[in-house]
Design a protein. Structure first.
Length: 422
């Protein structure tokens, strides 16, 4: 790999972005909202970015909960965590995955919002929190989703599971398949409603992954999580997420409680273009889970900034290609990339590009051709794979022969230079 320093002015020009008046460095631009999610969740890059904890990150506040985590959705970085990989009873936070699978069925047209659903005896007799559906009265898919998300109805969860999966057991298999696909390695579901079961568990870290995926993949349904109440069967029930009333920036997501789980809350707040997701498990009371989650969100917004480094599909640099039909290839990135930094540290960032040398044709579009390394105050912080934005096929036989000779002389020259320096 050949290291190249990327100057601020050069990178900014390559990105074709403007610098906000408040920024301290021409490398950085204000973080922008992401576009609407595609029809299916986007695949992960072949080489995922590596992001380390920022040096000088402020200490997290003391949080009264068994485990917790705070994530910035733009950068994907964890800002703070405690016991985040500890397996715990997720209680009704389970319904985040119940809804995720149902949303996927809606998008694929396997079910429709207006579709009427017959209520089974099993769903009707569900224990715990209920929507109060009845076997003698069909209910729409749209109403069931309101019941799952706003009223936390166990009966609604079972009814949705039976509709989408045929049986709740088959639906749970779909839940576990999605958990595996999303990288929820510490999670196993045994039901769709979250009632305690020895084989039903998750972690704060996994529930954060699920919450971020739900917001990213199904923006058309996410507004349901901000609805404060829902009336069904002449019964009005309020959303149990207290932060919806006390913080105007909070717009989701879900509460949970069992004796084994304690009081749990996944909260999401958006201020400007930044969105944070907090997961708090095992608080002592309803009021405590709200207060401690609010403390986490405030700390994240007040102590950190999220900045945009580069945009998807924009040329960052051109690299020399040997034995190719073209002499150079445009290189950039396959996704927008952001970094979350302690406040006041943005102007301390430095970027270095390490390119593959020699880069020999054929070069495929999307092929990794280098790495951009980001350091903060001289300490490594992140690495992002640099991707070829176009294809470079092989040159003619004559062109390949010429470059073979040039490479041989270059290699000999570098070898001689190395000997001279010893």
């Amino acid at each position: 790999m050949r290291p190249l320093s990327i100057g601020c002015a050069v990178l900014c020009a390559a990105l074709a972005v403007s610098v906000p008046a408040t920024a301290h460095s021409p490398l950085l631009v204000a973080a922008r909202s992401r576009p609407s999610a595609p029809a299916a969740p986007p695949p992960s890059p072949a080489t995922p970015p590596v992001v380390l904890q920022a040096p000088g990150a402020p200490a997290a506040p003391s949080i009264a909960a068994a485990s917790w985590i705070l994530v910035d959705t733009l950068s994907g970085q964890t800002l703070g965590a405690a016991n985040a990989d500890e397996r715990r009873d997720p209680a009704s936070l389970t319904k985040l995955m119940t809804a995720y699978v149902a949303f996927a069925a809606l998008r694929s047209k396997a079910i429709t919002p207006s579709q009427m659903v017959s209520v089974s005896q099993r769903a009707w007799k569900a224990e715990g929190s209920r929507m109060f559906i009845e076997p003698r009265k069909a209910v729409s898919v749209d109403e069931l989703l309101h019941g799952v998300i706003i009223q936390s109805g166990n009966d609604a969860s079972i009814a949705i599971a039976e509709l989408v999966g045929g049986t709740e057991a088959a639906f749970v298999d779909k839940m576990n398949e999605e958990a595996k696909r999303l990288g929820m390695t510490g999670t196993h579901f045994a039901n769709a409603d979250g009632l305690p079961d020895p084989q039903h568990y998750s972690t704060a870290s996994d529930l954060a992954k699920l919450s971020v995926a739900l917001i990213r993949d199904f923006p058309e349904y996410y507004p349901l999580y901000s609805q404060k109440e829902f009336r069904y069967n002449n019964i009005t029930q309020s959303n149990r997420n207290r932060l919806l009333w006390t913080d105007p920036y909070v717009d989701g997501l879900k509460t949970g409680h069992t004796e084994a789980a304690g009081y749990c809350l996944v909260a999401s707040a958006k201020r400007g273009d930044r969105r944070l997701v907090s997961v708090l498990l095992g608080a002592a009371s309803d009021s405590a889970r709200a207060a401690e989650s609010q403390k986490l969100l405030n700390w994240g917004f007040q102590s950190f900034d999220t900045v945009s480094l580069y945009q998807s599909g924009k040329t960052v640099t051109t690299l020399r290609v040997w034995k190719g039909a073209k002499r150079d290839v445009n290189a950039g990135f396959v996704a927008d990339r952001y970094l979350t930094l302690p406040k006041g540290k943005a102007d301390k960032l430095a970027l270095t590009l390490e390119s593959k040398d020699p880069l020999v044709a054929p070069v495929l579009k999307g092929q990794a051709v280098g790495t951009v390394k980001v350091s903060l105050e001289g300490k490594p912080m992140a690495e992002f794979p640099l991707i070829a934005l176009e294809e470079v096929p092989l040159a003619s036989l004559f062109g390949r022969a010429v470059d073979t000779v040039k490479l041989w002389f270059q290699s000999k020259s570098m070898s001689a230079s190395g000997k001279d320096s010893e």
